[in-house]
Design a protein around this ligand. Sequence first.
Ligand code: HEC
Ligand code: HEC
Length: 304
Amino acid sequence: MRSYRLGAIGVLVLFFAAITATVLMPMILFNPPPSGHGNAYVAERGGDPIKGRQIYVREGCMYCHSQFTRLQDRGMGPLVSAGDFASETPNQLGTARTGPDLTNEGGKHSPGWQKAHLINPRAMKPGSIMPSFSYLSLEDMRDLVAYIEVLGNNRRPANYVEAPAEYAPILAAKKVDTDADPVANVGRGLYIQDCATCHGMDGRGNGPDAISMETKPSNFTRPFYKQYSDAFWFYRITEGVPGTRMPHWGETLTPQQRWYLVAYLKRLPQDKEDTVTSINQLDGFFMEMQHVQHMWNPPFEEVK
Ligand code: HEC
Ligand code: HEC
């Protein structure tokens, strides 16, 4: 009997220790300062985003949609940091991703699209399993759409192209002058060797290997890249792009080599918007590759 009681007390102590460590201590000790990249609750086209947020909470959108981009969610827009949620209570982080992550949903579609999608999701996305919210009043609908439009409005690429905080020591240790011509020239050499098969000889994302890729390599001549800082280039090269064939260069290239590449990439002319849609646009050096392959694997008759 005595040992039984001891066991029960042990279990209770463990239970409360776990609650203290995972719930109470973080509540008291974890207070990240606001990052300045959290959602700004200002409606661009009418509706009240704060009321809209209450409707989002009430309707349980969180049961299917998360609101935090992780390292592996590059396609979903910029990553979030703890300070982004300093003024968001109750948080709508969510865990289930039955639907896509909505962290940076604002601005992805027009308000009209959002409204039509909420009324009849399958009209906009055939096969969608999202339920219809057509029963919401007109006013509720307007507020909810205003809220969706606000999501990520402080995290748009135009004002958020930053390497994460853990890169600070690496960036501070930079010893390469990324504006110098010789440095860019070395970068060019590395680029031809490691990157051109995918990103193309002139950086347009049209290397011969691009042909077999579902997510095509980036076209560095897009004006979009004008806003990239050296640090952000470095970060993107180092981490690669999860979910695509873009390698994680932090593993195989030294930081110095990656800075050389930054020096080259940022010099590419950034004024073309064209994307590669047909095999005819692939680099001429495809032919050369075929030639090289031919040399190494000659057809049967030639071997004879
Ligand atoms: C039962 C799960 C479920 C619930 C609940 C749900 N959604 Fe969805 N949602 C989905 C799925 C699945 C998709 C992807 C297919 C589609 O776009 O319709 C989606 C897509 C979306 C998209 C489009 C994302 C994009 O850009 O492609 C938005 C916006 C959205 N939901 C908002 C909401 C809001 C607001 C609520 C609450 C009022 C909500 N959802 C409730 C499952 C859900
Ligand atoms: C096997 C093919 C492949 C090779 C080799 C490759 N990349 Fe990529 N790269 C990709 C793909 C695919 C993407 C993802 C494009 C996307 O996300 O839309 C990408 C994306 C990138 C990005 C991110 C662009 C952005 O939008 O932020 C950078 C920077 C980059 N590559 C640089 C390089 C450099 C530098 C090298 C050589 C050292 C290289 N890549 C080699 C396929 C490749």
